[in-house]
Design a protein around this ligand. Sequence first.
Ligand code: ATP
Ligand code: MG
Length: 441
Amino acid sequence: MAPPALTPDLIPPPVVEVCARLREKGHRAWVVGGCVRDLLMGRPVSDWDICTSAKPKQTQRAFRKVIPTGIQHGTVTVLWKGEGYEVTTLRGEGEYTDGRRPDEVFFVDDIREDLARRDFTVNAIAYDPIADRLEDPFEGMADLEAGKIRAVGVAAERFAEDGLRILRGARFVATLGFELEADTRAAFFGALDTYAKVSAERIREEWVKTMKARAPSAAFRIMRETGILERTCPLLLATADAPVGARSAWEVSLDALDASRPPPEERLAALLHAVGRPRADEGTFARAGADLLEGWLRELRFSNDERKLITHLIRLHRVDGAAGWSDAEVRRFLQRAGRERVHAVLRLARAVRQAEAGDVAEIDHLKARVEAALLEQVPLTVGELAVNGKDAMDALGGGGRAVGELLRELLDRVVDDPALNEREPLLALLHELAAARKEAS
Ligand code: ATP
Ligand code: MG
């Protein structure tokens, strides 16, 4: 199907107005890059990037409210009708000597020069909504129609400038559902040393964006085939061939990834759930894998919260034999998983079980039991006990570490039998446990 022709009415009026204002001041302006690509594909546009022949100072003068967000790169944010729009002066780029950033940025007058520094042809289309004119010097429209990711210019040269581009290429294959054009793909291998210089932050950002694809696995297959994965996550590669039933850990992990839900932490947990497999047995590999991943997630500069959630999900997702669990065992699972995170754990368990071609009825049944326990409001933390720290101190006749230990002991009893969580019987039990402690010491 041919992509729709662009018409000015497809661009939100405020964006057109920003372009019109620049035009009134004697400049030119285009929408450019990802937004044009997404518009032509009929995909939702997340942000509108505008580029202009106006120099940053001229852009600032053309509008009442501007924020000089990235003025050294020529970007200012124009505030227009309550929204911010990034307006960037047309740029050419100088030499890249470090494989990451151009040595210098300079401004140009020709839109085609600006498009020439962009990574892929489908990202190098600009549209002037005032003149109703498309700029497509690298035939990005044809590649959009053919579903091809093709580098602008000579792929090997472009990847030598900025090693991140190969990872972006893999990402676009998954998010757009495209194929890598053959010469572009062939140039991936030669770019791996440049890729190795890319900062962890930029790599993490691309991984997270990859997770927005309907089926992110396509990107990871390319990463494995082209050597990117070996440079980024050797842990995952080392597990790839471990057998899981009749399949490999790699195939199971990719299927689990595609079956998992969109929050990036859940998808990462699905992709990485099996990295502990070669080193541990069926009962312990999830825990071993989560331990291994702590360091890697730090290296890739995931935040503490992201890291904790990903490893938590992985540690807890094995619920083999849950059909035979007692109610107390279900409550203990809920306690370990935590009220806020138990549903994410169950979603991961289900995605992985499905990928292993196992029986998901067991997981669905566990979910129903967990939900029943949640409705019963069973206490899961010492703070939810019907007695408190002061009661424990009274019973012990003092404070210190023993207070926390005693309350946790009590909580264990209550998780086994929630009916105990009434103040009077619980106080009695507290005194009993305190006395037993005194005797033991
Ligand atoms: P997304 O939908 O994920 O935002 P995008 O194509 O808009 O995808 P951005 O990272 O927002 O990607 O970049 C905007 C545009 O800037 C791209 O479409 C491309 O033209 C250009 N660009 C971004 N990163 C690079 C890069 N590393 N090398 C060359 N051009 C780039
Ligand atoms: Mg974008």
